[in-house]
Design a protein around this ligand. Structure first.
Ligand code: PLP
Length: 483
């Protein structure tokens, strides 16, 4: 473990030189209210500039990140993010904008948001969009609020929303937040929505069904059009969790297979580094009939000018303080324009090919519970390793020793000891082969030396943590560590 800055400091050492003051000095007492004067040292470490640089470069290399190595975290699309997008988002014309700047001075920024929204509508086959939600989960909530207002306007707010048992944890949470009851239906033996299980729930109490497509098993819901028809027969809405759009770009448009509302995860599909909890952006696109209920302010274009519209009485209202995660939008916009329409299609094709290549190798060594051709990700089971006393968690930890980030584990819940692997389109065949080799060697270790696996990771800066303890009593500040 590297030292903390406080451990390498030397009192009085500084990293900057300020010019001599050319104004008279005054004692601060008398100017500040009582109790506001600092009476002790501010506690900042006293270090030189190069010590700070070396310190942060060193700790950045101790953590695993997508600029350092393969990161096959299923459902999260941890693709490599082009540095060009970062540079564009870092232009001072963007970074120095104040959110309260009058609209006549920010026409460029408004145009960027509006145009990005149009492109996303085109990609999804949808009619209109809000760019405000700052995460996928907030997008889900927004979409459900829009659907709620739609049903209210029809005179029946309805009571329940259906989710398949493969759904992401944020889905039921969003449903409860929106004031509805989540109803789970079982998947069929191929891992898809079971139409028979859906039928009994089709009534006037049903507000919507939320589905991820391809679903969290990485399988395309091939009956999705039929599902949409069934829902629409009782005017229930089809909401799509678009976190897996990396499999569909330029290939299939949700709006064409019956989806009424969808959120995109710009930070997954459209490239923004998003480890460690942010930043994100979860725009929600809707079909025409849901348009009146979109949040405000909404960007409009009239008489050659962009402005914020705030006078729609049917809108669900404002979602947050300002206009959404703007820097993420700049990156997504740069990304889409850089790769172009053909590039988007190639992204999804390559993501699906990479996943199928890896799946074809690994399914000979691990169990593939649902034996359907996967799309951009696939889910293996490590259940058989229990025979050696080894769990999926041990496999994941051991992968760190091989220099790979672990896949998503124990999700989706319907696969026991799940390993959810999403290689993404940006990885080379050599990387996929090296990962496959590591997974196969780990399986052999499980058979021959299970005790070693349970100790993993062995070579990382931090060994296996007590995750429950780390969650309940995180030690995140330097005074915690000094205790
Ligand atoms: C990531 C993800 C979400 C949530 O998105 P956040 O931006 O993390 O809030 C929802 N559903 C699926 C399937 C996801 O992978």
């Amino acid at each position: 473990m590297s030292s903390l800055l406080w451990e390498i400091q030397s009192k009085g050492r500084i990293g900057t030189k300020l010019p001599d003051s050319d104004v008279p000095e005054y004692e601060m007492e008398g100017y500040l209210p009582d109790g506001m004067m600092r009476v002790s040292d501010n506690g900042l470490p006293c270090v030189a500039e190069h010590q700070v640089v070396r310190h942060f470069v060193e700790i950045s290399s101790q953590n695993h990140h997508v600029d350092k190595g393969f990161y096959p975290l299923g459902s999260c699309t941890m693709k490599y993010n082009p540095k060009l997008s970062e540079r564009l988002a870092g232009l001072s014309g963007f970074t120095k904008l104040h959110p309260l700047t009058p609209t006549q001075y920010i026409q460029g920024a408004l145009k960027l948001m509006a145009h990005l929204g149009e492109l996303l509508c085109k990609i999804g086959g949808m009619d209109d969009i809000t760019m405000q939600p700052a995460a996928g989960a907030q997008g889900e909530f927004t979409g459900l609020m829009i659907i709620r207002e739609y049903h209210r306007a029809q005179g029946n707010p309805r009571k329940k929303v259906i989710i398949p048992d493969s759904s992401h944890g944020t889905n039921p949470a969003s449903i409860v937040f929106s004031g509805w009851k989540p109803v789970e239906i079982k998947s069929d033996s191929s891992g898809k929505i079971d139409l028979e299980a859906l039928k009994p729930h089709l009534d006037e109490d049903l507000a919507a069904l939320m589905v991820t497509n391809p679903n969290t098993l990485g399988i395309f819901e091939s009956d999705i059009k039929k599902v949409a028809e069934m829902l629409h027969s009782v005017d229930a809405q089809l909401y799509m969790d678009g976190a897996n759009m990396n499999a569909l770009l330029g290939i299939a448009r949700p709006g064409d297979f019956g989806v009424d509302a969808i959120h995109y995860n710009l930070h997954k599909t459209f490239s923004t580094p998003h480890g460690g909890g942010g930043p994100g952006s979860g725009p929600v696109a809707v079909k025409e009939h849901l348009r009146p209920f979109l949040p405000e302010p909404k960007i409009t274009f009239q008489n050659g000018k962009y402005s914020f519209q705030t006078d729609n009485k049917d809108s669900i209202g404002k979602l947050q303080a300002f206009w959404g995660a703007f820097a993420v939008m700049v990156k997504a916009y740069a990304y889409i324009l850089t790769v172009g329409a053909d590039g988007l299609k190639k992204i999804s094709q390559d993501a699906v090919i990479n996943s199928n290549y890896l799946c074809s190798i690994l399914s000979e060594h691990y169990e593939l519970t649902y034996n359907e051709t996967p799309m951009h990700e696939f889910v293996l089971s490590g259940e058989f390793l229990k025979e050696y006393g080894v769990k999926t968690l041990d496999v994941a930890k051991r992968l760190l020793d091989y220099g790979f980030h672990a896949p998503t584990i124990y999700f989706p819940l319907i696969v026991h000891e799940a390993l959810m692997i999403e290689p993404t389109e940006t990885e080379t065949k050599e990387t996929l082969d090296a990962f496959a080799k590591a997974m196969i060697e780990i399986k052999q270790e499980a058979e021959q030396d299970p005790e070693k696996l349970k100790q993993a990771p062995i070579n990382t800066p931090v060994r296996r943590l007590n995750e429950v303890e780390a969650n309940k009593n995180p030690r995140i500040t330097w005074w915690d560590l000094n205790e």
